[in-house]
Design a protein around this ligand. Structure first.
Ligand code: 76R
Length: 241
């Protein structure tokens, strides 16, 4: 038997083939409900454990019935992300929804400066002062009404340039992280937004409904909303103290 205290065992775990993307980071969004078994110290230890390996974790206090806590974790090794999930469920949190994706540079952003590509592949999160948070998955439509994937590349690129232009009106108020999930989860991208205020979240999504790339081609999954805070503050806000 191996234990998590055994450093040899955890090194071996991380060497498992197929756990690392060639570039960029694996991303999991884990949505939890608290239970009477939730143990504050074990939950905090799980986050520290992940961060000690150089990975990032963002904790969110969620509003509404869908979940109490969202944990967004980014790291180059999926095995470590899986270990976080195991440790959190072991600490008495009930996983009620999730999303699996990886960071990417969009094919329409091939020409952007290298610095920007690195920011897309290896983002540093959460952005300071942007604690209003939402997440939703989306795909591009493949239907009679419109099939994104049947459009020539040039047309798609032009639509994405228009999209980028309307997005840049929100520069400074919002950080978006678009992570890729085609073949990995039920939709094609995860959209994570960090904003100064909740109405910024609403406004950017509303504005983009009028972009042709969204108006004609986007399909959305469930929307999740919360407030980013430190792990101790998030746990206190949901009554795990
Ligand atoms: O990477 C870049 O910033 C270059 C321009 C750009 C690309 C390539 C860009 C800019 N996006 C790109 C790609 Mn976006 N984005 C979304 C959503 O709710 C909706 O209708 C859509 C959800 C939001 C809110 C958003 C915001 N974007 C993409 C892709 C990948 C397409 C592909 O590869 O096929 C998706 C799915 C997507 C969706 N985008 C911006 C924003 C904002 C605010 C910007 C401006 C960023 C800035 O310049 O700071």
């Amino acid at each position: 038997m191996t234990t998590t205290e055994d450093p040899q065992a955890s090194t071996a775990d991380e060497e498992i083939d197929g756990a690392e993307p060639r570039e960029g980071l694996g991303v999991v969004h884990l949505f939890f409900r608290t239970t009477v078994l939730a143990d504050r110290e074990s939950i905090l230890t799980a986050f520290e454990h992940l961060e000690a390996g150089g990975d990032q974790v963002i904790t969110v206090s969620m509003l509404g019935h869908k979940a109490d806590i969202a944990v967004m974790a980014l790291g180059n090794n999926l095995w470590r992300l899986r270990r976080l999930q195991t440790e959190l469920t072991g600490a008495g949190l009930e996983l009620v929804d999730s999303y699996v994706s990886i960071t990417e540079v969009s094919e329409y952003a091939a020409g952007v400066p290298d610095r920007m590509k690195q920011d897309r592949l290896y983002p540093r999160l959460p952005p300071a002062g942007k604690n209003a948070w939402c997440f939703y998955p989306m795909s591009k439509r493949r239907s009679q009404v419109g099939n994104w994937y049947a459009l020539p590349f040039e047309d798609r690129r032009e639509l994405m340039m228009d999209h980028g232009k309307s997005g840049r009106n929100f520069a400074g108020r919002l950080v978006q992280l678009i992570t890729a999930s085609t073949g990995l989860d039920d939709y094609e991208w995860g959209v994570t937004l960090f904003a100064e205020r909740p109405d910024d979240l609403k406004e950017v999504v509303y504005t983009m409904r009028f972009d042709e790339a969204s108006a004609r081609y986007a399909e959305f999954g469930a929307f999740y909303t919360g407030v980013v805070a430190t792990p101790p503050d998030v746990l206190t806000s949901v009554g795990v103290d």
